[in-house]
Design a protein around this ligand. Structure first.
Ligand code: TXA
Ligand code: MG
Length: 344
């Protein structure tokens, strides 16, 4: 299959391109679409064959459920069984945006979307191209990140192309994703909110918006043992991994420098913060600024992909600050590292 790439530079004059993407979705095909978090691999969520194809193309385990994307809040009601007051508050505060909410699913959502669960994850993205395509298709859109399962999520159209060239008919290119990490995933449990996956919408933002207690699922920062309950199937798989082995180093820069320079070898790379590379004798790439978690989030996945292209075998990574959005950066890095952290 030939994979076309359509670049959107002026949405107003490119309605034909949006319609082309929507037409592929309506006829059961897959399209990679931009969102504000990462690129998504979109299919009509009501079309069992199209959704099954997402799992095939990504090599994704069948029991890892997909997020259903909508373009307007009013599309939500037929997809879920009910919406409580806290959920309403979350929707009013954070939609459109990088927050995914888990609801009890209605019968119109096929089981293949939810991996057989009786709940469904829903998100109303902010990205205007994403919303235009969803709206033009007229159906809810199932979309996981548009990468081969286990690889770092794509934050540029070229990342999608590297993973899915020849496997899907169309990539809609709208430049780099603003946020760079996937949405925050939450579930309301009684009068508490549980974060299943951290993202741009942080624990304190959720607390401030609702005044309810916000729990962090254990799987956010630690590896679950075999007998622990998995609240979100995605958390049990190795994720976000480049081919290289990643080891997270919890230390200050001076300690990091001493440690990594001792390991100097042609296949060893440091993953550090902007500017630090100049003070290291080993090869290094940067992911954002030391005190700016948003820049770290934006650049992390791209840096991990770049390190693979450079042939890195071992990557020693600087540990992000886990405050605020930094928790999401840490959550992705610790998974890329298979939970291997060295504290100096
Ligand atoms: O930002 C994002 O959320 C991106 C863009 C494309 O929207 N999508 C994304 O999808 O990251 P994916 O499939 O890569 O991650 C979805 C996560 C997985 O960890 C999955 O297990 C969890 O959401 N999830 C989906 N449905 C769920 C459910 N019913 N209950 C618990 N977790 C669920
Ligand atoms: Mg993913």
């Amino acid at each position: 299959m030939n994979t076309d790439i359509i670049k959107i530079t002026d949405l107003k004059s490119q309605q034909d391109d949006i319609n082309k993407a929507a037409q592929i979705l309506i006829s059961g095909g897959l399209v990679a679409i931009p969102t504000e978090t990462v690129y998504g691999l979109a299919a009509n969520a009501l079309d069992i064959n199209a959704v099954s194809n997402i799992f095939l193309v990504k090599g994704r385990p069948q029991d890892n459920p997909l997020i259903v994307h909508i373009s307007d809040k009013k599309e939500l009601y037929k997809l879920v069984l009910g919406i409580n007051e806290i959920e309403e508050k979350l929707i009013d505060t954070f939609w459109p945006g990088p927050l995914t909410i888990i609801f009890k699913k209605s019968n119109i959502i096929p089981d293949v979307v939810t991996g057989g669960l009786d709940s469904v994850a829903i998100r109303l993205p902010e990205n205007i191209v994403a919303r235009s395509i969803i709206s033009a298709s007229g159906v809810p859109i199932a979309a996981p990140s548009a990468n081969i399962s286990g690889k770092p999520s794509p934050t540029k159209a070229s990342h999608v192309y590297d993973d899915l060239d020849g496997k899907i008919p169309l990539i809609v290119d709208f430049g780099d994703c603003d946020i760079g990490l996937e949405s925050t995933v939450v579930r309301v449990e009684g009068d508490k909110i549980r974060i299943l996956r951290p993202g741009k919408v942080t624990q304190s933002m959720l607390k401030e918006a609702t005044d309810f207690e916000v729990l962090l699922d254990k799987a956010v920062v630690s590896k679950l043992s075999d007998n622990e309950i998995v609240h979100s199937p995605g958390t049990k798989y190795k994720h976000y991994s480049p081919n290289a082995k990643v080891i997270l180093i919890d230390s200050n820069f001076e300690e990091f420098k001493l440690f990594v320079e001792e390991k100097e070898n042609e296949n060893v790379f440091a993953l550090c913060f902007n500017g630090e590379d100049k003070n290291l004798s080993v090869k290094a790439l940067c992911y954002g600024n030391l005190d700016d978690e948003a820049t770290q989030a934006r650049e992390l996945f791209s840096a991990l992909r770049e390190l693979d292209k450079l042939g890195a075998k071992t990557i020693y990574a600087r540990c992000p600050n886990i405050k605020g959005e930094g928790l999401a950066v840490y959550n992705r890095l610790i998974r890329a590292a298979g939970f291997e952290v060295i504290k100096l």
